[in-house]
Every structure is written in structure tokens, then in C-alpha cells.
Write a protein of this length. Sequence first.
Length: 193
Amino acid sequence: MDTTVIAAALDQVAPRLKRLRTARGLTLTGLAATTGISKSTLSRLETGQRRPSLELLLPLAQAYRVPLDDLVGAPEVADPRLRLKPRRARGRTVIPLTQQPGGIQARKILIPIATAEPALRSHEGHEWLFVLTGRMRLLLGEQDLVLGRGEVAEFDTHVPHWFGSTGDDSAEVLSLFGEQGERIHVRAKAGRT
């Protein structure tokens, strides 16, 4: 966190402490008796002449019955939910899982049951596909593969390729794609024998 942000937050503690005390109708003497903090220290905290510390703020938060975050004006925690915007591409639903452009892009792809003839294509990049549900058909050069749930394929996208459902079932696939040819590196611990 930026030191200027910290300093600004600390500067707001003094008036916040004074507002809390007066709103509750407490005197410095009464608050000192409740918290065990001297009246002069409380006064200096409220006027900004003393920097607040955790050992001073914790008993004050307890006396005021407020979270410590309220005393220091901690920023609200951002909503952790991502607002993913699915899009349609060639009859599939593509849900982007990465927000930043460039680098490796993660996507969840929902592939419906397909009856259309596969059209192979090639382009710059490297792709890694993991089948989440269903069965996926992958045409890669001369190879015609069917991958089931939990299976993975990794390939250079310069090789003519196509992937879709097997025609019998829809499939959900996790795709990691690097436009510049970045490869996925999987590190696993060696098994014990």
C-alpha cells in the first residue's frame, strides 16, 4: 500500500475517535476508566498529537463496540466476483477467464452437439485443452482424436486443427491459449515409490 495512503488514513483516525466518543456521550475520564488508557493519551490521540497504534486502537474498538476497520477507515474489500461476459463464436459459448489482454488467455468453452462438417484452420499460437465434461473430438493434422473428461491435449496452432463435440454429446472445455506461442509448463512432484 502507498505510504501516502497510509498517512492519509492515519490522519483521519483522530477526528473519527473524537466523533465516536462524543456520539456515545462519553468523557475522556470515563473512556480512560473503561480502556485503561490515560486521559492525556486519549486526548492526544483525538487531537492527532499522538499516532495511533494497535495496542491503543484495540481497546478503543472494544469500548466503542466497533470493528477495528471502522476506527482506521479501512477501505471496503472489493467484490471478489468476476463479471464474465460470455460471447458466441462459431456456435459455441466462450467465457473469458482472464481479464488482461496479451499473454496466455484462459477460456471456458461450451461446445454444443455438432452436426456440421469440421473445418480445419491454423494460426499463430499454442493451445492447451482440458475436457471438463462430455467428450471432445480433436482433429490435429492427420490425427482424429476423442478426448474424455479429465483428458488434456496440447498443440502448436500452426498445425491445421479443429475441435468440437463428438456429435453425440455437448462438451465443456478449458482452453489456455498463448498467441505468441507460449507453452504451458506443468510441474508436479515426483511420486513416491
